[in-house]
Design a protein around this ligand. Structure first.
Ligand SMILES: [Zn+2]
Length: 326
């Protein structure tokens, strides 16, 4: 048995050597090649803090959650662009900066998500400009120290301007300050599941925590192909996806399973810059809206392609109502 194993090993080694020489493809027989691309992004760094938790508990939870998220990302070598709110850095104190430093190396890059996560619908363009500038207070020096440039800005709530003149004004500010606007093409409403998860967590209801984790994974399993099909229908071809996650307790618990969903659905992970180098992203959708729809819906509206948004499945009602139950 031992001898046979040794022979098999030698045979495998020989194949691998041929593979390295380009004479034989070892990987071609393994998993099918990925068909789709996805750029993973995280919002609301350094951590989405539940309202009623004390500062020291938030610090502890933020450090633990980010440790788990970063471990999952590194395990699969996933490149990520991480969007930071300066007020959340300040609220966490030194652990906040410590967490950002960990997201500022290798395939992980920091980006600007405005200082206070304020809705641009209620800001003047001048106030909005200040939000971006103040948003650089922590991430600017960190990126500079790492020899990097802050490349992307993402609008809080993906609110890019509720009237066309305002959308153009805000877009010009983003560009003038040296940023590219980050797109978002897949939303699995993780914030909504996380709200329920935080309520179950504070009630120490571990059975409900498990139910919510499973409901979130089940919802993501449906939403990922939904948005892939939506974008392909509108653009007439496969377009790289941009996945939106939030830096929260729920994603810290289930990120490996969600990343697995992408692999099962034949995605490979690329940087946001690689995804947005696709011609689909050369121009921002010229759609003013007070809401934050995914890019597929904006592209559809721009091209006058009717889409029935009601065909998109909603998160389960019990999750939506979870924190509000009597
Ligand atoms: Zn956000």
């Amino acid at each position: 048995m031992k001898k046979k194993t040794a022979t098999v090993h030698r045979y495998t080694e020989a194949l691998l050597q041929l593979g390295a020489l380009g004479l034989f493809s070892v990987t071609a027989q393994a998993a099918p090649l990925p068909e789709h691309q996805v750029a993973v992004t995280f919002d609301d760094l350094p951590y989405v803090m539940p309202g009623k938790t004390s500062r020291s508990d938030n610090q502890k939870d933020a450090l633990a959650a980010n440790r788990a998220i970063l471990a999952a990302l590194r395990h699969d070598a996933v490149p990520v662009t991480a969007f930071v709110n300066e007020d959340k850095v300040q609220a966490l104190g030194s652990p906040g900066t410590e967490i950002l430093a960990q997201w500022n190396q290798g395939a992980l890059a920091l980006a600007n998500h405005a200082a206070h996560h304020v809705d641009s619908n209620v800001l003047t363009p001048a106030q909005f400009e200040n939000e971006i500038k103040e948003g650089e207070r922590s991430i600017g020096p960190l990126a500079h120290k790492a020899g990097r440039k802050l490349e992307f800005f993402r609008f809080p709530f993906n609110h890019v301007g509720d009237t066309e003149p305002k959308r153009i004004a805000l877009s010009e500010i983003v560009r003038r300050l040296g940023y590219r606007q980050a797109a978002t093409t897949i939303d699995v409403e993780d914030y909504l599941f996380n709200d329920a998860y935080e309520c179950a967590h504070s009630a120490e209801n571990s059975a409900d925590e498990a139910r919510i984790r499973q409901a979130y994974i089940d919802y993501a399993r449906i939403e990922i192909p939904y948005y892939q099909a939506l974008d392909e229908k509108i653009m007439g071809r496969d377009v790289p996806a941009v996945m939106l996650f939030h830096d929260n307790r729920l994603n810290a618990a289930v990120l490996p399973q969600i990343l697995d969903l992408f692999r099962q659905q034949h995605y490979r992970f690329v940087t946001l810059a690689q995804a947005q180098s696709d011609p689909a992203f050369t121009q921002e959708p010229k759609i003013a809206t007070k809401f934050g729809p995914m890019w597929g819906y904006r592209w559809a509206q721009e091209r006058h392609i009717p889409i029935d948004g009601r065909l998109e499945q909603e998160p389960p009602e019990w999750v939506r109502l979870y924190c509000h139950k009597p």
